[in-house]
Design a protein around this ligand. Structure first.
Ligand code: F0G
Length: 461
């Protein structure tokens, strides 16, 4: 452990800054109206504090920027690819690496390679792009996360755990030959950034070995999951994040990765696995969708930045500051009486929009409404993670009306300060104080895929 035992103070100092501007309330009301009350459609220049996502929004270090200058932009066999391969082998431990332009590129490859028409893919809660690629490949996602994950108030320390009874029921029902793999996500995004435990993964591994089912990790935020295991799981207090992370990878058969999160880069991703045959097929398919197998849609410089980002992200100091900052915001909101998902996750604080705006029906999109109000209040841009994100049930065509109706205040890594977190707290409290007068939204435009990105809304009168 480091000497900063009692503080999450950042393990870096700031060398370059990006200036922020603050708009007026009138300008923001106009901007959100023009954006169809969808924060994804607002312009970055109109945003003061951007908590839309932690994806691709990290600040890179001087070491990473220096690495950008060492980009070997050769079409084939770039030096930076081999550096990235080495970093993945060293810290993740998977034998084979196929780079992709970002996480969903890897999801597309994996889904096409492993899923057959009519297969079921169990997972510890859905993620939007992951589920869509499973469906496009002919599969159906089945949620096998523990029930506590769907309850925003449950203090369960490992809400990302897989419910092995649910998994077994599925396997009994459809047969294990219809279940090519389980999709296991670290720090489950849609559940509020909640980890799984190593004990749970160990049981899952035993079950999957018995039934010949692969475990494919969504490694996007799994280093942060490893940090929570160190904090919460008995027996791991004295293990390093690096060791725990490696234990996780060693118990899985491969991964998809959005390097835009844990990887501390602005763009990139990869697919990795241990099976040579699967690797060869992925290496072949990647040339169809992403690029040659030694760059897969990434520039050489981006692969170099990622190789270096992985080394920085796996450190105790980075994780302590990262998770410490999110916790700081969460605890301040909690102390102000704001309903948030428990326990506080690693990448974001999630407001419980059902309890924030209990007078709105879920089809009046409380989380979408609350995200728009936070933007109007203080130029803080957040993201809906509720009824709009969940989409429609393909069978019934109805809104899925998920149990969790949340607004995500996502903290970019190494970007904002403690004072920014205080401003955000004040903004949320100001909206809370006028919550009873807030009216809902109706959807007036709905695109076919991943509707939350581009849907448009109008206020209900
Ligand atoms: N898996 C998880 C758990 C994710 O959170 C994301 C992206 C992806 C896969 C897809 O990766 O964006 O690189 O294609 N999450 C972003 C977010 C978009 O804001 O949560 P990608």
């Amino acid at each position: 452990m480091s000497v900063r035992k009692h503080s999450w103070a950042e393990p870096y100092k700031i060398k370059m800054v990006e200036l922020l501007t603050m708009t007026s309330r009138e300008e923001r009301m106009e901007a959100i109206r023009e954006a169809g009350y969808n924060t994804f459609l607002t312009k970055s220049k109109d945003v003061y504090i951007d908590l839309l996502t932690d994806s691709g929004t990290s600040a890179m270090s001087d070491r990473q920027w220096a690495g950008m200058m060492l980009g070997d932009e050769a079409y084939a066999g770039s030096e930076n690819f081999y550096n990235l391969e080495e970093a993945v082998r060293k810290y993740y431990g998977y034998r084979y690496l196929v780079p992709t332009h970002q996480g969903r590129g890897a999801e597309n490859l994996m889904s096409q390679l492993l899923i057959k028409q009519g297969d079921c893919i169990p997972g510890n809660m859905y993620f939007t792009t992951t589920r869509l690629h499973q469906e496009l490949a002919g599969g159906a996602f089945v949620d096998v996360i523990i029930d506590e994950a769907h309850d925003p108030d449950s203090p369960h320390p490992f809400k990302g755990n897989v419910d092995l009874d649910k998994l077994d029921r599925l396997v009994q029902e459809v047969g294990s030959d219809r279940v090519p793999y389980i999709s296991l996500e670290g720090n489950v995004n849609m559940a509020g950034g909640q980890p799984f435990s190593l004990a749970n993964l160990r049981k899952l591994r035993a079950y999957c070995d018995e039934h010949d089912i692969a475990i494919m990790l969504d490694a996007t935020r799994t280093m942060e999951n490893a940090y929570f295991i160190r904090e919460r799981e008995a027996g791991y207090e004295n293990h390093s994040v690096r060791e725990i992370f490696r234990d996780i990878c060693d118990m899985t058969d491969g991964c998809t990765m959005s390097a835009k999160k844990d990887g501390l880069v602005n763009i990139g991703g990869f697919f990795a696995c241990n099976d040579e045959e699967l690797f060869k097929r992925a290496q072949n398919l990647v040339v169809v969708y992403e690029g040659l197998h030694t760059y897969g849609g990434m520039a050489g410089r981006d692969m170099e930045a990622l190789a270096r980002g992985i080394e920085e992200a796996i450190t105790e100091d980075h994780q302590a500051a990262r998770i410490g900052q999110v916790r700081y915001l969460g605890e301040h909101l909690q102390n102000a009486g704001i309903p948030i998902v428990q326990p506080i996750g690693s990448h974001a604080v999630f407001l419980d929009a059902r309890r924030f705006l209990p007078h709105l029906d879920q089809d009046e999109y409380p989380a979408q409404t609350l995200a728009a109000e936070l933007y109007i209040e203080a130029g803080v841009r957040t993201m809906e993670r509720g009824n709009v994100s969940a989409g429609r049930d393909p069978e019934t065509g109805q809104n899925r009306r998920p149990a969790l109706e949340l607004v995500r205040l996502t903290i970019p890594r190494r970007v904002y300060t403690q004072a920014h977190m205080d401003v955000v707290t004040d903004a949320v409290v100001d909206v809370w104080n006028r919550r009873e007068s807030i009216k809902g939204l109706k959807m007036v435009y709905e695109p076919e895929y991943l509707r939350f990105f581009q849907a448009r809304f109008e206020p209900l009168d």
